[in-house]
Every structure is written in structure tokens, then in C-alpha cells.
Design a protein around this ligand. Sequence first.
Ligand code: PLP
Length: 284
Amino acid sequence: RTVYLNGDYLPEEDAKISIFDRSFLMADGVYEVTSVLGGKLIDFAGHSKRLERSLSELEMQKPDAFDDLLEIHRELVRLNDIDEGMIYLQVSRGSAGDRDFTYPSADVKPTLVLFTQSKPNLADNPVAKIGIKVISIEDQRWGRRDIKTVQLLYPSMGKMMAKAAGCDDAWMVEDGAVTEGTSNNAYIVKGNTIITRHLGTEILHGITRAAVLRFALEAQMKVEERPFTIQEAQDADEAFITSASTFVMPVVEIDGAAIGTGNPGPVAARLREIYLEESRNAAL
Ligand code: PLP
């Protein structure tokens, strides 16, 4: 696999960064995951905008190559012959050659890394036909979840807890309400209404979320952006998640209770279809 590191396209085994890099020592890095369908990038503009915001919120320098990111993504897709899959991008505050809590001076350049992951059947994912099962766990992450940082230990622990319980993912709960999934936004459906938590510092502002809510409104569905409880979710007609790597994925069970019929519902299926079609049409 060919990866990108600070201006160079390299075999993955030759791409090396310093042990003093702040993403390694302090989790001082931000990232984006952009999906690829038919060799084209889905929602590139949205991911690029959110990256810019994450960098700005952390007062992190933009990499010199920021304006070339579309070209770099496309070149990696070409070099690795990706038809369906993902591109992972990470920017870290770089390395000042020592360990220090304060940020390094402005002459220390950020580290920019990109690599591809081929995932055949990303769009035609068989899991979308059966849905996933989730457990609920307390949300114990830090308070700025709107910044897409590489501090993913708690979400990783959540996934392990879900796995240990025979489930696929965990929905995190704070003050009695669902914030989001470990790596996705969470939704419930009641009748013709889609309910998902409002934006704020408590959740990541999903790029897929923004697109799906727009398509839902265009399809004459109702959207309520507000907190909801696990009880409400268990009593809902449907539930689903969204993310760049799962698109729209039905949730059929929460903490052992079946949602609706216990099968993927029509609203999630329709939104998945619309999302895939519209995104392919707009792909770069
Ligand atoms: N929420 C969290 C915590 C995430 O990690 C992600 C994606 O990785 C999302 C939501 C979904 O965001 P997006 O639709 O931009 O992939």
C-alpha cells in the first residue's frame, strides 16, 4: 500500500514519524475519514471544512498541503486502485523533539498522514439488511466531542464492551440522554419523524448526519433535533446510525430490547438508498 506522509507518497513500511510526535505522546491530533465509492470521494468538501474547524479550535497550524488535499486524496485512490473504501487523514501538532505540555513554536510543522483502506461491499454492505445491535454505556469522553481528535480510547473501550455483550456497538448516554455511538451519530424514528441529538460540544457534527437530515427534509420527513433517552429508543418504530463508513445503518436492538419489529425499518432503508444515490452523484 502507498501512503502519504508530509509531501511524499511512500510504501507504508517506509513512512515513519518521530517518537516525539505529539499525536503519539499527547493524542494531540485530529483526523477525518472520507469514503470512496466508484473511485470517487464522498462529501469531500464537508470533511475538509470540518478538518479546518478542528484545527482552528485547537489552534493547530494548517499543513502546508491543506489546499492540495483533494488532489492528494485522489492520487492515493489512484495509486492504491481503490474502488470502494475509505481514506484516513490525520494532522498532528508535530514534534518539537522532546516531551512538553506546552505547544511547540510556530516553526514546528504539523505532521500530515493519509492512507487508504479498501472495503469492497461498502455500499452493498450485507449488514445493512439485518441491522446492528447496540448496548448503552455511560459517556465518559472529554467535553469537546465536536472536535474530531484522535483520543479514541474510550470509544475503543465501548466497542470492546459491546463485543463482550455480543453486540456491534455502544450508544453513549450522558445525563440520561443518548449522545452518539462510538463512531457514529444516533437516531430514532417515530412515525414520520426522525429524532437525533442537537449539535453542540457533546457530539461530533457528523458530515453524514448533515446530508441525511437534508435528504430527510427533502423527502417530506420531519426532523427533531433534541436529546432522547434509551427508553424512548426502545419504544421507537426504528433506530439507525450514520457515519462516513456505514452511511445509514439500521439498529434493531438496544440493551436486549428489539426496536419495532426487530428488523431494519423502511425509513432507514429509504434514507440509505437516497444517501447512496445522492452522494454518488455528487462525488468528486
Ligand atoms: N460521531 C463520532 C463520535 C464519530 O467518531 C463519527 C465518525 O467517525 C461520527 C459521529 C460520524 O461522523 P461522519 O458522518 O462525519 O463520519
